[in-house]
Ligand binder design. Sequence first.
Ligand code: SAH
Ligand code: SF4
Ligand code: F3S
Length: 440
Amino acid sequence: MSQAKKLYIKTYGCQMNVYDSERMAEALGTSGYVTTDTPEDADMILLNTCHIREKAAEKVYSELGRLKVHKVENPEVKIGVAGCVAQAEGAEIMRRQPMVDLVVGPQSYHRLPELEARAGQGQKALDTDFPEEDKFEHLTARPKARRAPAAFLTVQEGCDKFCAFCVVPYTRGVEVSRPVGRIVTEARDLVERGVREITLLGQNVNAYHGVGNDGDDRTLAQLIAALEMVDGLERIRFTTSHPNDMQDDLIAAFGESDKLMPYLHLPVQSGSDKILKRMNRSHTAESYIRVIERIRAVRPDILLSGDFIVGFPEETDADFQATIDLIEQVNYGQAYSFKYSTRPGTPAAERAQVEDAVANARLQQLQALITKQQRALQEAMVGRDVSVLVERKGRLDGQMLGKSQYLHAVHINDSSAGIGDIVKVRITSSSTNSLAAIEN
Ligand code: SAH
Ligand code: SF4
Ligand code: F3S
């Protein structure tokens, strides 16, 4: 019997890349690959990359530099680059780093077995097409292995919004939604394998408009309603949303659904209407706040998360202050903030840049405020009862780790719960990044 070949995948970037890496492993499973956790014993090394900021893209080249030793030790090892850098830079990657055998963009993963075969014959293999066929339909050869209780499921991919700073519309292409039936089938399969919580993924997930079984389009709220019927699926989340696509039925779902968790990641980027306009965000600070108010009216305990960019071209102190004011008004439980990074080919790249020292100072000030809000909201959890989906064992004897409905990391001490259980606990203390609890 021939021995299985080993595949090592390193994943960068967003949750969609995490999902895609699993799909790539499945696709290459049909070519006889099993996954390994170490590059040393791999027959194929794949980097699933991110192009969102300059640092993210540069990481790929430094990692390729480090991987060279494996190729020197064993010239048979195949090295591949997938994901958004692959899409954005294509053949340029092979010019900069000739030991790369294979470059594959996010829409072509179903063609991996064919590309791998070409690379196996010593040819360079490149595929960055946006093919007509649905890549997900071709990625159905799932092993029925048990898996962790929380999983991602991509329901929508690509983006038509073209924010002036962002590469995603170029690397992931136009917005495409998967049909409801396929998503429900995939969710059932996940549940059979031990999954209790699914996070629905899309670059613009709340613009979801996949086709239902009767041929008519469905909204994200209608998709969530269909998934609620899946027995054994206990928790549903979705990310990432755009403020302009928070439709009435989706907001209402936060008040009505037992399975939709009270957590929402709703990026705003800036609190200045001038900057929002230049970012091509097509919402204002006020319209964003109104959306938040409507969600809080139906789900007062919802935990809100956001994304911010500081130092966007032409951002003044007053513009930045407007962002700080917005953060004060919203009170975030969690947020991601970034210094603006110039992305070649995007409209904002041509504009006058904010001085680096100024942007750094603004980022620090913003992050300090977010940390303060996050800590205060976490402290306020002490003494409260939450439900936790247990995901794994902790370091201490009898300790189990999991996530609250608000996505807090919770350590349960002296726990009798098993992995995959959802348990009621009381929060006993709060530290920087997690909460401690005891079972009720
Ligand atoms: N809607 C998307 C956003 C993807 S990018 C999603 O599904 O997640 C994630 C975040 O990265 C954005 O919200 C933005 O805050 C940040 N970002 C995007 N382009 C950037 C750039 N050029 N410089 C700095 N941050 C950026
Ligand atoms: Fe990028 Fe804007 Fe689309 Fe989000 S909505 S992926 S930030 S272009
Ligand atoms: Fe990065 Fe592509 Fe995701 S650029 S954030 S991996 S969509």
